[in-house]
Design a protein around this ligand. Sequence first.
Ligand SMILES: NC(=O)c1ccc[n+]([C@@H]2O[C@H](COP(=O)([O-])OP(=O)(O)OC[C@H]3O[C@@H](n4cnc5c(N)ncnc54)[C@H](O)[C@@H]3O)[C@@H](O)[C@H]2O)c1
Length: 383
Amino acid sequence: MRVLILGGDGYLGWPTAMNLSALGHNVMVVDNYLRRQIAQQTSSEPLFPNPNLIERCDAFREATGCDIKARIADCSDYRLLEEIIRDFQPEGLVHYAEQPSAPYSMQGFEEARLTLNNNLQVTFNVIWAVLEHAPNCHIVKLGTMGEYGTPNIDIEEGWLDVSHNGRNQKFLYPRQGGSLYHTTKVLDTDLLWFYVRTYGLKVTDLMQGPVYGLYTDESSKDRRLLPNFHYDDIFGTVVNRFIVQAVAGVPMTVYGGGGQTRGYLNLKDTLRCVQLALENPVPSGELRILNQFTEQFSVNELAERVVDAAKGIGINATVNSIPNPRKELESHYYNAKHQNLIEMGLKPTLMSTEVLTEMMETVRSFEQLIVPEKILPRVNWNK
Ligand SMILES: NC(=O)c1ccc[n+]([C@@H]2O[C@H](COP(=O)([O-])OP(=O)(O)OC[C@H]3O[C@@H](n4cnc5c(N)ncnc54)[C@H](O)[C@@H]3O)[C@@H](O)[C@H]2O)c1
């Protein structure tokens, strides 16, 4: 299959590209290094440096003999994106190319505007370039479980059957993002749904939980192939932050009460889910929504897992609650369905002690590069 990956230099985009190429697909990646630029501007660089996208493709070819084509281009430029899609004629398109940091999107006007404009513009351009130049292409879009928020009822996979005054209708499940970034994802879903039902696009929207992990079949071959590992307050997810704090010997900072519950998944499972979605495309006019996570637990439970895994390698990790910089419920009902990808063939890699230990050992090998102050929150939702 010809697969175009937008955001192919990112934490998920790069391992996805290697995985699909190793499986024999014809892969092209596009990225404009937005993530690298924002990381530099906000002092949020990853723990260890990553080669640029062209160097990564060369290293991957050296390690495996497989090819990935790369193009440095801004997908919010419609003329550039339509040229790429017209020339490459993708059968599958994976859209990762967004500004994904919730804190960054809440920092101030310029950051909010960049997030809104970039994310919506890229999604809009993808829709139009596919409609105009590759109408049979199946779009696999990365959404987030954060689109649903934390409602006091079960979270379904994308849709909700509503009975009202004796009549029934299926609607998109109600969405309420907890940051501007999450809200751009809600708007993306609405845009996609409009063009699916009106012009017959083929779309899978993956509602993904926070991803953790460094190692995949391909990234473990050569350290130059490892994905970006951010551990700061802007780009670092809670799992990365806790692991780095444990290794650095500083307390793990739990935001507020720590009862915030989310669905998590291993990087290996993200790759498998995207592969399953691509290899099982939807028919024209269908918006398929899949909840993409494998296990759910609270921040406090996550901290306990890290403490246990750390103990196994001689680290005495501690936990410290700090005021929550975000506006979110710290204790709430959370029960999200996630059956569809399992039924399609996903076999989860769960967050075991071994998985956490492997991440900690890798972080420990870069211990001298850790700057623990980078982990403390700089952006406050209430200001
Ligand atoms: N990582 C997670 O835990 C997670 C969880 C849920 C959803 N997601 C979603 O998955 C996607 C990828 O996430 P990630 O963690 O890999 O983020 P990332 O920032 O590492 O990757 C996104 C990539 O897209 C690129 N990009 C952004 N705007 C672009 C543009 N206009 N043109 C070209 N390239 C552009 C960036 O430079 C970056 O390399 C995002 O849409 C994110 O919202 C991620």
